[in-house]
Ligand binder design. Structure first.
Ligand code: PBG
Ligand code: ZN
Length: 322
């Protein structure tokens, strides 16, 4: 036998030397939820370890995260008054705006803030855009998304991250940001976002479940991969700075495909359902949480993700897993 792959696995130093990819803490982005009020740290039942924060407790929590080595967050606003068109989404006094302003005042450029841009936490029907009858109206929604993104940018967001899956939203947001002198604010597009059952726990967290129907007329069909390339290339053309594949675990093939077919940095979103399944099985003692989480991180990295958006980030650092 001339070829014995086991030779290179013979001890830990050897394995470390020939490891083909290396997961880095620098790739982690941590999703967080901000609401109105003071002193709030309200745990989300379906997502053990994750809470809603008010701007003041958000600053405290981020200070702790930064001491652990996490300096990138993705912020979601929750608990707003809802109406049919989601007008609270672009209200300059909403929770996201207050959260971003408080964080920027406290940490400046030591913290990178991305904000989720979508209407579903702000509309009373829970859909990601404005309705005409029971249809989500694409082009009318673009105006609201652009207003929302501009407001986030003006509050101090470094990155705006549209997650709605309307056609043309990256271009609409880019045009608006540029017209308002926000050329430096980056767009991380949820380019390849599937109509997935894995968002279940998040919809409890954000109170954003659609009141009728589902999101299949705007989010992608889970059976498609060529369409993933189409979506990614459209976002490149429209001026996206970072692309994303979401969810991550069940869509590892598409992380690789999009990485190979494009030249932009690529994020993957290890979503709420993927997180909560690991937490639940670990609580039952059925899996070794550290081992599973780190295996997932290695796999996202191997698949080609440059940025890993994950609720596990805090555990990884506070428990010394990395
Ligand atoms: C809003 C949005 C969702 C997620 C991120 N932004 C939910 C959805 O599309 O229904 C999911 C995040 C997660 O599950 O962790 N459009
Ligand atoms: Zn949405």
């Amino acid at each position: 036998m001339y070829s014995r792959p086991r030779r290179l696995r013979s001890n830990a130093i050897m394995r470390e030397m020939v490891a083909e990819t290396r997961f880095s803490v620098q790739s982690l982005m941590y999703p967080m939820f901000v609401t109105h009020g003071k002193g709030i740290n309200h745990p989300i039942g379906a997502m053990p370890g994750i809470s809603h924060f008010s701007p003041d407790t958000l600053v405290k929590e981020v200070e702790h995260l930064m001491s652990l080595g996490i300096n990138k967050i993705l912020l979601f606003g929750v608990g707003e008054d809802k109406d049919p068109v989601g007008s609270a989404a672009y209200d300059f006094t909403n929770a996201v705006a207050n959260g971003v302003r408080s964080l920027k005042a406290a940490f400046g450029n030591d913290l990178l803030i991305a904000t989720d841009v979508c209407m579903c936490a702000y509309t009373d029907h829970g859909h990601c855009g404005i309705l005409h009858g029971h249809e989500v109206a694409n082009d009318e929604t673009l105006t609201s998304l652009a207003k929302m993104a501009l407001m986030h940018a003006q509050a101090g967001a470094d990155i705006v991250a549209p997650s709605d899956m309307m056609d043309g939203r990256v271009a609409a947001i880019r045009d608006t940001l540029d017209a308002e002198n926000m050329q430096q604010v980056a767009i991380m597009s949820y380019s390849v976002k599937f109509a997935s059952g894995y968002y279940g726990p998040f919809r409890e967290a954000a109170d954003s479940a659609p009141s009728f129907g589902d999101r299949k007329t705007y989010q992608m069909d889970v059976r498609n991969s060529r369409e993933a390339i189409k979506e990614a290339l459209l976002d490149v053309e429209e001026g996206a700075d970072i692309l994303m594949v979401k969810p991550a675990l069940a869509y590892m093939d598409l992380i690789r495909t999009v990485k190979d077919q494009t030249l932009l940095p690529l994020a993957c979103y290890n979503v709420s359902g993927e997180y909560s399944m690991v937490k639940a099985a670990a609580e039952k003692g059925w899996i070794d949480e550290q081992r599973i989480v780190m295996e997932n991180m290695a796999s996202f990295t191997r698949a080609g993700a440059d940025i890993i958006i994950t609720y596990h980030a805090k555990d990884m650092l506070s428990k010394g897993w990395v």
